[in-house]
Design a protein. Structure first.
Length: 81
């Protein structure tokens, strides 16, 4: 079996990731976070980073949401558990 080594620049890697469907991007992001810092549950629940990740996993964009939409989203997520 032949092993192939592929060299990519950081920009090329980002361009490849951007081509992935958003669900796969979320999986990749979760994998990277877990491999670097452990389980996501170790982050504080009120963290804006967690809110962004939760939004991303659900196909939403935290940065374009109004304060009211953010509050509603957080309320919905809290009641999922």
């Amino acid at each position: 079996m032949t092993t192939l080594a592929l060299s990519l620049t950081y920009t090329q890697l980002l361009e490849l990731v951007q081509q992935l469907p958003s669900e796969k991007q979320a999986e990749l992001c979760e994998f990277l976070l877990k491999s670097k810092w452990g389980w996501l549950s170790n982050f504080t629940k009120d963290s804006e980073a967690n809110a962004r990740m939760a939004c991303w996993k659900r196909g939403k964009d935290w940065d374009t949401m109004t304060e009211e939409e953010r509050e509603e989203f957080i309320n919905d997520v809290l009641h999922e558990a």
